[in-house]
Every structure is written in C-alpha cells, then in structure tokens.
Design a protein. Structure first.
Length: 185
C-alpha cells in the first residue's frame, strides 16, 4: 500500500536542514561582528560561550526558516498557477505525482550540513537540489501533458522566478540608495 502522506513532513525537514546549514555558517560571522563591536564580552556576562553560540544559531535559524518557507510558498504558488493555466487536470492528480519531489530537497538539506562551513557550498547545493527538483517535476508531468503545455509550464515558471528576482533586486537597490542618500557626506 502506498500512502501519499508519507512524505508530508519532508518539506519542513528540508527547510529546517537548509536553515541549520546557513545558521551554522552565519554563527561564526555574527560572533566575529559582536567581538569587533566589543559586545561579545558583555554578553558573556549573561550567557556562557555555548549558550551564546546556541542563541545566535537559533536566531539565524529562525531567520533562514522564514526565508525558505517564503520560497516554498512561492514555489507552490508558481507550480499550481502553471498547472492551472497549462494543464487539463482539475483533480490535482499531477500535483500528487510530483509530491515525492520533496525528498529531493530533504536529501539536499542533509548534504548541505556537510558543507556548513562554506556559504558558496551551501548555495551551490541548494541550486543543484532545485535544478534536480525541476527536472523531476518536468519528468513526472511529461507523460500526462502535451509538449506545448510543458513549454508553457516551463516558460511560466522561469518568468515567475525571473520577475521575483528582479523585484527583489529592485527593492534592495532602492533600500541601498535610500541608505546612501540619508548619510551625511
């Protein structure tokens, strides 16, 4: 018997694993910044070094969990909108066929823990994992939709992520320019 809910927890675990990898990398950076700002020794009056490291990792993990949860929400929205526009499936059967793809992200999250000392390594692992998921998603859908529908889904998703990336870049540029404009020169 095949239970379709068996992998329902995998997206959460994948988010937590990738968040932990980035948090473990960022912990050393945050501690260095706190030491340079002469705040670290004062904070050691309240926490031990181990507690301090755990608090920093916990805070960073919460931050990265929010980022990855947002990306997961956007990815689900993009997938479902693409299927709404370009498939004839009204029952959600195509989504059920691609549900096992969450295991790909879980495995990527486990692998990212090996590379927690390198931000570039974690980002490369995340990018490779995402590409593997895209290939899996297209592979699972291909027997059930026509070639023009598949091209429509791929183009829609590519445009969705390009638009989102450009929107983020615009927001960060506006923020950066606003900060620079507010500095007295």
């Amino acid at each position: 018997m095949k239970n379709s809910y068996l992998t329902g927890y995998m997206p959460l675990l994948a988010i937590l694993l990738f968040s932990l990898s980035f948090a473990m990398y960022g912990q050393a950076l945050v501690v260095d910044v706190l030491k340079k700002a002469n705040l670290y020794n004062g904070m050691l009056d309240f926490f031990t070094k181990t507690e301090m490291n755990l608090v920093v990792i916990g805070g960073l993990m919460l931050f990265f969990t929010m980022i990855f949860a947002t990306l997961k929400l956007l990815a689900n929205t993009a997938n479902e909108l693409a299927l709404l526009f370009f498939s004839n499936d009204t029952e959600g059967e195509l989504l059920k066929k691609a549900r096992f793809g969450a295991v790909i992200y879980f495995i990527g999250g486990l692998i990212s823990l090996v590379s927690f000392s390198s931000a570039a390594g974690i980002m490369i692992i995340f990018a490779v994992t995402s590409m593997a998921y895209i290939v899996y998603f297209v592979y699972k859908l291909s027997p059930h939709i026509t070639t023009p529908q598949m091209i429509g889904i791929i183009v829609f998703e590519a445009l969705f992520w390009i638009f989102f990336g450009l929107l983020l870049a615009l927001i960060f540029m506006k923020l950066y320019n606003g900060i620079l404009a507010s500095l007295p020169l």
